[in-house]
Design a protein around this ligand. Structure first.
Ligand SMILES: *Cc1c(COP(=O)(O)O)cnc(C)c1O
Length: 360
């Protein structure tokens, strides 16, 4: 028997989420963000489902770009942070990748490379997040340098929002910071919006939106209630099975460090999932559930490397081999994230290699 844990990837939910996103920002083209192995879902899985429906694919590393090209992708591929060393430029041209440049080192190396082939360039502007991007005052001179010294096909101006949650006023502020540049370059393309901006800031859409987390069916704020009405569905279901059942009595403990002490008779189930699978260890014990036979039940004791213990008192029909949902359609990943002080993004990306991803 193989260890029963797996991550089911629901292709219908994924397709549906993209459909919803395209409907919301119907005038814009869509970069599906497939970085970090498609947020832990498996880049090939996700690509195979949305290859016809997305206008392009945004990734982080050259390896990911090459995987897509080798899987037949002929659509635009955007390297969200450009290149990290100059040797990559050969492959960037070879595979016709769209490149982001966000600093002077990249600009100078791109100029020095002197390719005779044209390239699509995203110029990343720091409009207030203060992470990547050229300072606003440098943008116009840099555009002029690029036009003069690089064989450039299309220029897109790009920025990233620090806070695009529902009531944020920072999105407008960041766009306003470059309004004069936008007014000058009418024939350029613009790409600003991430998932949160797609949901809550329609004036930020412009030519290309970049959608990550909502494509995968979790909330950009980390709070499921924020997107509960949008009809977006979780794409990943982390599932496993009960591999042991124990009866414990008043005075008994559960697991490492004798952490859980019971004063009642108790039936508990042991599940094949632990922190080595990517389940967070620091959960809030009184608020963290799994789903067994349609019933939500609490996790007890500490999370081990390979196992989780749950309360089975209210699920008398549960037995060895019963299926368990750790997160997915019913147990929202955002809720598990909240109870472990993180966001759905981190949990998705942390599902470890040993958990097979099964595309359904
Ligand atoms: C990861 C990333 C995105 C996607 O963000 P979501 O919040 O997941 O939609 C968009 N733009 C850039 C530059 C990114 O790095």
């Amino acid at each position: 028997m193989v260890r029963p844990i797996c991550a089911i990837i629901n292709s219908n939910a994924l397709k549906n989420n993209l459909k919803i996103i395209k409907k919301i920002a119907y005038k814009s083209k869509v970069w599906a963000v497939l970085k970090a192995d498609a947020y832990g879902h498996g880049i090939k899985n996700i690509y195979s489902v949305i290859k016809y429906d997305s206008d392009g694919f945004a990734i982080l590393t050259l390896d990911e770009a090459i995987i897509l090209r080798k899987n037949g992708c002929i659509k635009p591929i955007l390297l969200l942070e450009g290149f990290f060393n100059r040797e990559e430029l050969y492959l960037i041209y070879k595979y016709f990748l769209t490149i982001t440049i966000h600093n002077k080192w990249q600009l100078n190396n791109l100029i020095k490379f002197k390719s005779k082939y044209p390239i699509n360039i995203y110029i990343k502007i720091n409009t207030g997040m203060n992470r990547l991007g050229f300072p606003i005052k440098d943008v116009i001179p840099i555009i002029n340098i690029i036009k003069k010294k690089i064989n450039v096909y299309n220029i897109t101006l790009m920025t990233h929002f620090a806070d695009a949650s529902k009531n944020s006023s920072f999105v407008k502020k960041q766009i306003n910071n470059i309004k004069n540049i936008i007014n000058i370059y009418h024939n350029f393309s613009y790409s600003f919006a991430n998932s949160a901006a797609i949901l809550w800031h329609s004036y930020s859409y412009y030519d290309w939106i970049r959608t990550g987390i909502i494509l995968y069916g979790a909330s950009p704020t980390g709070v499921w209630e924020d997107i509960a009405k949008k009809k977006i569905q979780p794409v990943m279901t982390l599932k496993s099975k009960i591999i042991s059942i124990q009866k414990i009595y008043p005075g008994d403990i559960i697991g490492y460090n004798c952490q859980y002490y019971t004063n009642t008779k108790n039936r508990i189930g042991i599940i094949a999932c632990g922190y080595a699978d990517g389940y967070p260890r620091n959960i809030n014990h009184n608020k963290t559930y799994v789903l067994i036979k349609g019933i939500k039940t609490l996790i007890l004791g500490s999370i081990s490397m390979d196992m989780i213990v749950v309360d089975l008192n209210n699920i008398p029909t549960a037995k060895i081999g019963s299926s368990v949902e750790l997160w997915g359609e019913n147990i929202k990943i955002d809720d598990i994230a909240k109870s472990s002080n993180t966001i759905g993004y981190e949990l998705m990306c942390s599902v470890s290699k040993r958990v097979p991803r099964i595309l359904k």
